[in-house]
Ligand binder design. Structure first.
Ligand code: 5GP
Ligand code: ZN
Length: 118
């Protein structure tokens, strides 16, 4: 069963109603370039189904967080950043900077990624 939310921007990208530069499609995920990249490679990996955040997706217990991590690594390999290193980030909740409430993993790489950030 596919779940979507009518007013969700990322559901619209999944449905093809909002354009995006898609770099990879899996059976249950879509990966596309962030419109406002924070690194030379900045790709978002999302499930086709709507879950508001990583907590909800994990609790659903259907392996979607696994799938996002697997797809993120495939993206990193395709982008040539798997060996040098990349960051997979899930902002969860408004206080952590989440602005789109359809779970997405940010795949960031291609530059130095100091830790802690900033
Ligand atoms: P968040 O802040 O929720 O963790 O991440 C949301 C991300 O979605 C941001 O990095 C933002 O640049 C990106 N974004 C917002 N609107 C669009 C859009 O219409 N298309 C694409 N490709 N990315 C978007
Ligand atoms: Zn959605």
């Amino acid at each position: 069963m596919t779940t979507s939310e009518p007013d969700c921007l990322f559901c619209k990208i999944v449905a093809g109603e909002v354009p995006a530069e898609i770099v990879r499609e899996g059976g249950s995920t879509v990966a596309f370039r962030d419109i406002n990249p924070q690194a030379p490679t900045h790709v978002l990996v999302i499930p086709r189904d709507h879950y508001p955040d990583a907590g909800a997706a994990g609790r659903a217990g259907v392996g979607i967080m696994d799938e996002i991590a697997r797809e993120a690594h495939e993206v990193a390999e395709a982008e040539g950043i798997a060996a040098s290193g990349y960051r997979l980030v899930f902002n969860t909740g408004p206080g952590a900077g989440q602005t789109v409430f359809h779970v997405h993993g940010h795949v960031l790489g291609g530059r130095g990624l100091e830790w802690p950030p900033g």
